[in-house]
Design a protein around this ligand. Sequence first.
Ligand code: FAD
Length: 395
Amino acid sequence: MNKYDVVVIGAGVIGTSVAFHLSKLGAKRVLVLDRATVGAGTTAQSSGILRTHYSVKENVELARKSWSVFNDFANYLGDDEASCGLVRCGYMIVAADDDKLEPLRASLDQQKQQGIPLELLDARQAQNLMPIATFDDAALIGYEPEAGFADAYLTATGFARAARRGGVTIRENVAVNKLLIENGKVVGVSTSAGDFAAGIVISTQNIWTPELAGWTGKTLPIAPERHAVLALECAEAPYTFTMPVFKDLASEGMLYYRSYGGNQMLVSEGVIGEKLNTADTEQGDIPMDYIVDVGAQVAERFPTYETAGIASSWTGVYDVTPDWNPVLGPLPGIEGLVVGYGFSGHGFKLSPTVGKILAQCALGLQTDVSLKPYSIERFATGKLLTGKYGLGAVS
Ligand SMILES: Cc1cc2nc3c(=O)[nH]c(=O)nc-3n(C[C@H](O)[C@H](O)[C@H](O)COP(=O)(O)OP(=O)(O)OC[C@H]3O[C@@H](n4cnc5c(N)ncnc54)[C@H](O)[C@@H]3O)c2cc1C
């Protein structure tokens, strides 16, 4: 049997970040296995938005530390040619005078206390930054200059290349079929390419985490949820790269927006999506009624988009946990097994720090950020990571 010190299951943006950080922290003989190819899972479907706005303060910390990596990606990886495709356009968030107003105010206050650069804008200032939007209903507008979007697939391949340069072996098209456990301790994995021995296994399987539940007999709460993303084109009001990412808490679908391809508008809902029975990243239907409904909400905020056309559309799948926050850390009862899953549609922006702390945890090192709040035990103890907007799609 081939022997490794650590096996990572999954080469999405989380698994590749873990792999890179393992090598950076000096781990030897690291093997990453993916049944498909690097970044081809849900990472390839990401909208790529990077911001520190969260109402769960632990997430703010993960996002802030991760932003500094995105902001200096090539240096951080030690690879002059690496790029995460970062566009630093800022992030604007708007609430009307409704039930989202006080949660937004409290979240912004908390971010300020955590030292995040943040501005409160009046409608005129907001209009200057976002001339294609209307702010008639805006009761509170927050703006984070240190935010934007990047490319999750490019980031994953960047981490993978740096990990390989650091000595990590990444094998694509190899499916892990079983975890090998002896006396409550991980001893390796059984795969489509044979068995590999390892005393540490890190699972970053995202929507496929139920496989791990089957191998271990443990309960790992997670539900796959499909979300639609639309790219709209409106020649009279292009959404350029200089305009901020935009979150509209006042809209029914709590829509988020960003520039796409330099002049199109990427838009998607920030609410519960279509529940799936199985883990499946195949493209789903986007019904015309849905497009009309989202289009009407877009036109409320961006009136010129009344006449916009659809340039493209796709679907992607979130790995949703009961509190819409990830599970990070050891899986109790199985020595040597560490998990990182359940990013619930917001894992890309956290991926650099999550990769680092999962690697630190697996190697028995002090983690930069406490894993305790993200422990799987919270679902049994009821200490959920509940944000100021309540449990749900805005954490
Ligand atoms: C539509 C959409 C929009 C999003 N927008 C944003 C955003 O704007 N900002 C943000 O921060 N986040 C966003 N996200 C979330 C973010 O993209 C994800 O949290 C992140 O990409 C998850 O990475 P991952 O590595 O956990 O999972 P994945 O990329 O899915 O990787 C898991 C990998 O594990 C492999 N695997 C699983 N089981 C096995 C096995 N048994 N053997 C071998 N390999 C296995 C799979 O093949 C896969 O490659 C979005 C997600 C979607 C779907």
